[in-house]
Design a protein around this ligand. Sequence first.
Ligand SMILES: NC(=O)C1=CN([C@@H]2O[C@H](COP(=O)(O)OP(=O)(O)OC[C@H]3O[C@@H](n4cnc5c(N)ncnc54)[C@H](O)[C@@H]3O)[C@@H](O)[C@H]2O)C=CC1
Ligand SMILES: C[C@H](O)[C@@H]1OC(=O)[C@H](O)[C@@H]1O
Length: 253
Amino acid sequence: MALTGKVAVVSGASRGIGRAIAIRLAQEGAKVVIDHPGDDDAALETMSDIQKFGGEAISVKADVSSSPEVEFLFRETLETYHTVDILVNNAGICPFVDWFEVTEDLWDRVHAINLKGAFLCSQYASKIMRDHHHGGRIISISSISALVGGGLQTHYTPTKAGIRSLMQSLAIVLGPYGITCNSILPGSILTDINRDHYADKKILERDVNRIPLGRLGTPDDIAGVAAFLASDDARYITGADILVDGGLFVNLQ
Ligand SMILES: NC(=O)C1=CN([C@@H]2O[C@H](COP(=O)(O)OP(=O)(O)OC[C@H]3O[C@@H](n4cnc5c(N)ncnc54)[C@H](O)[C@@H]3O)[C@@H](O)[C@H]2O)C=CC1
Ligand SMILES: C[C@H](O)[C@@H]1OC(=O)[C@H](O)[C@@H]1O
C-alpha cells in the first residue's frame, strides 16, 4: 500500500469529498485523523467505514476557522499518532447567495472557514513536518472556481482562488523542507454542499450538459487524485493544480 505508516489529517472529513479522501487514504495504509466541526454522527460513520476494512482512524472535533481548535486538532494528532505526514485542507462551505444579499457576516464566515482554515491548518502541520525532518504533503481542495466566476458565489470564489495562491506560495517556502504543496480543483461534484441547488432539475440539466464527460463528479473522482498527490509518485510535483472537472472548463464553444 502506497501510504503505509503515514499519518494524514483531513479537514472536514465527516462528509462528501473529505470523507471519500479520508477513506481512500486509509485504504492506501495511512492512519487518518478525521476532522469535523461537530458533525459527530457523520464523523463516526466515516471512522467505522475505515475500521471495517482494518484501517486506522480517529475523529477530532475542531472548527478550522478557530486557532485554538486547530491547535487542539494537531495536539490530539500528535498524542495519538506522534507526527503528521499529509494534510488535506478540504473543509469548506458554499451557501448559494445573490450578490446583493451577501452580508459582511457571510463574507467573513466563508473566508474564515475556507481560506483562514487552510492557513491555520497548513501552518500547524508544516511546523510539525519541519521539526520532524521527514518532509510532507499539503493538498488543498480549491476549485474550478479559482479560475472562473460564479454569480451566486461572489463570496466563495475568492476563497478558492486564495487557497490556490496559498499553495503556490507555500510550495516556495516549504520546498526546502521537502514539503510539497498542491491544489486540486474540482468541477461540480454532487455532495451536500450543492444538493439543494441541484434539486432544481433545470439547473442540474444545464450544468450536466456543459460537462463533456456527461455527468457531475463524485467524491471518489477527487479521492483518487488526492491519494496520488500524497504518494511517492507525486514527489516532484509542487505548486501545481490538478483540474478534475470532466472537461467543464474547456467547454467554451
Ligand atoms: N462539491 C463541489 O462541487 C465542489 C466542492 N469543492 C470544495 O470541496 C470541499 C468539500 O466540499 P463538499 O464535500 O462538496 O461539501 P460537504 O458539505 O459535503 O462537505 C464539507 C465538509 O466540510 C466540513 N466543515 C464545514 N465547516 C467546517 C469547519 N468550520 N471546520 C471543519 N470542517 C468544516 C463539513 O462538516 C463537511 O464535512 C469544500 O472546500 C468545497 O469548497 C470544490 C469544488 C467543487
Ligand atoms: C458547491 C458548488 O456546486 C461547486 O463549488 C465549486 O467550487 C464549484 O465551482 C461548484 O460550483
